[in-house]
Ligand binder design. Sequence first.
Ligand SMILES: NC(=O)c1ccc[n+]([C@@H]2O[C@H](COP(=O)([O-])OP(=O)(O)OC[C@H]3O[C@@H](n4cnc5c(N)ncnc54)[C@H](O)[C@@H]3O)[C@@H](O)[C@H]2O)c1
Ligand SMILES: N[C@H](C(=O)O)[C@H](O)COP(=O)(O)O
Length: 335
Amino acid sequence: MLPIALTLGEAAGVALDITIAAWARRERERLPPFVFLGSAANIAERAILLGIDCPTREVEPEEAALVFPMALPCLPGFPEAKAEPGLIAREDAALTIQSIRQAAEFVADGRCSSMVTNPIAKHALNEAGFAYPGHTEYLADLGEQLFGEKRRPVMMLAGPDLRAVPVTIHVPLCEVPRLLTTELIVETGKIAAEELKRRFAISSPRIAVSGLNPHAGEKGVIGKEDIEVIRPAVDLLCQAGIEAEGPLPADTMFHPAARRRYDLALCMYHDQALIPVKALDFDHAVNVTLGLPFVRTSPDHGTAMEIAGTGRARPSSLMAALRMAAEMSRSPVQA
Ligand SMILES: NC(=O)c1ccc[n+]([C@@H]2O[C@H](COP(=O)([O-])OP(=O)(O)OC[C@H]3O[C@@H](n4cnc5c(N)ncnc54)[C@H](O)[C@@H]3O)[C@@H](O)[C@H]2O)c1
Ligand SMILES: N[C@H](C(=O)O)[C@H](O)COP(=O)(O)O
């Protein structure tokens, strides 16, 4: 059985904590096997701090599934991160990036089934010269480099109660109206619909498209984008055979009865999509990148630096991400 490649993330945050806590729950939670692409020494040290019994074993991915019931499999020789809980070490940025790339390479080489990323501190990587605002954008480039396929990466946050996709992702809010085009909305909606069919067995996904402005523009009185940019996109999605409706006022499309009418909320910007998912399902939602030539999921939360090393970090979202990656890798049609 191929393991999941689990990345290092930011060692000053809760990445090590939730990795250890998830492994410790592997039997009860029936977790798929994973191999940690980080240092065994870092895991051992954090496990002592947390008071969790967590033996490690340095193994290649091929042996990880066999070892997983007894010890947390770690990549042999992976350099030790220097961070302390809550205290970022600048030199760790290179390791964090190396781990993400290594995970994608293992999947490309058929040595791992999929990748799950631990949370990174975007500002720390940015200061170290990392040219991407997040995993999503970096992984799209790795998809091209390693698989020869470049598609638009689509971020989806998926919880038990809601799936939502932001059309624009890691961009300043003031840039959103300029970046939002009919073409971008249609392309994002098509990729999302295709992936819901292919990877999530939803045969005819229903997509609710949000407006941009209050009250979806109130017939153009409070902004024109809803009429001029978003409505034509909804029409084009419908013409492409996708069950899409909108633009819907964003403030009233997330209550329980409204959510029952669709499988995916296609939202215009990051917080419009992520706030409702995290408000409803923070502990169990998963961040999944659609449109990649490989499977990548992630917990929905960030580095939570202030609770690193305290034992207060819950591994539930990471466990949901591991399960989702395993299920998506088993989906009938592979990229
Ligand atoms: N996938 C990723 O790499 C990813 C995702 C989101 C945020 N981030 C980064 O994380 C950093 C911090 O972001 P933030 O503070 O907005 O969000 P955060 O998710 O780190 O923290 C928000 C709140 O939730 C709590 N929390 C988070 N995870 C928890 C867990 N597993 N168990 C218990 N409590 C938990 C935190 O203590 C905090 O109170 C930023 O640098 C951001 O860029 C990374
Ligand atoms: N936008 C995500 C969130 O807030 O949960 C997060 O920053 C992760 O993004 P990447 O997966 O692109 O790193």
